[in-house]
Design a binder for this molecule. Sequence first.
Ligand code: CAA
Length: 385
Amino acid sequence: MDLSLDETQQMILETARRFAEQELAPIAAKTDKTGEFPRAQVKQLAELGFLGIAVDERWGGAGLDHVSYAIAMEEISAGCASTGVIMSVNNSLVCDPIGKFGNDAQKAKYLKPLAQGKLLGCFALSEPGSGSDAAGMRTTAIRDGDHYVVNGTKNWITTGKEADICILIAHSNPVERHKGISAFIVEAKSPGYGIGKVEDKLGIKGSSTTSLVFDNVRVPVENRLGEEGDGFKVAMSTLDGGRIGIAGQALGIARAAYQEALQYSRERVAFGKPIGDFGAIQEMLANMATEIDAARLLIWRAAVAKDRKEKYGKLSAMAKLYAAEMAHRVTHDALQIHGGYGYVKDYAAERHCRDARITEIYEGTSEIQRLVIAREVLTEIAAQA
Ligand code: CAA
């Protein structure tokens, strides 16, 4: 087993780290304060090839592996968590399903400009009344000749305000549960496509989270992704990959918080010596360093399995579960190490806590990750019996 990075992965790490340190970290506090979408930085991400990292070069992507993607997600999110989720959604939830389920015409029309950053994408699965129970959705896409007519409301849509393209999951046959669900590529400029409530959130304030309202939106049949009735599987397998990206985001936030706490513990003096000399602080730092590495290893394992085209749903759920809960613990300890200064906005510690919190909720709550993992391990043991 060799855990060292190859030349390309090392180059991605260095490029992403430099970009995050020079372009993202200096604006992260302002982005958090204003809630402004980091448009210029997203354009720079596109120039770096980071909006379609694992997309085939034929379709405008960088053609790299998912370990490179995970590395880039960690670095970008360490600089700015809002920029991290914008990047993650475009890569994992939009480019990935078109690359996997789309036909050549869809790839030429949508995947190429999405991977090049000429278009931005969002993913619409959750609804006001269905989040964890994804198949409980109410939005319909009913066939009418060579179109589907879409009606309904989607919720919690990352990049909902800025996206040009939406991967929509809706019921094409409302009588069936998951077998009646289909996936579509919908253009935001379609008549009847509306941006609803823009959420005022605890963290990741630079990325928009909105509802989307579909009022008799006509979607051409050629924009269906996969076969009719395959939409639930499209959504679930897309989320398997998305969870690697969000785990990388959680890891990046945690690492930034840890590095700042480590630095602070060397500078801050109490009782005549740096607070890093005290056992209580050392215990926190040791736990943080260990948990950060453990999360990274889980993430890389899931990414390697995806690259090898092995089953990786359980592995990405484990990586996301652990990384998100680790980020919760690490960002809280980092705030604690800063004492009162951690609670005010002079330092980034409080922002990291707020940014980390969502990683335990979106792309499947921690409870859903445990459900996915438990189902898988029970199936594995049943198969051995
Ligand atoms: N890949 C492919 N197919 C899958 C699958 C997977 N990972 N998981 C399930 N399926 C298939 C099953 O095989 C089954 O198909 P068959 O009947 O043909 O066998 C079908 O899908 C139904 O599966 P389940 O019976 O397991 O479905 P369920 O209703 O019990 O739900 C669930 C399963 C895991 C709980 C699922 O609903 C789930 O993952 N919920 C969480 C949803 C989620 O993560 N939402 C996040 C929203 S996106 C977001 O946050 C966006 C953002 O902007 C950041």
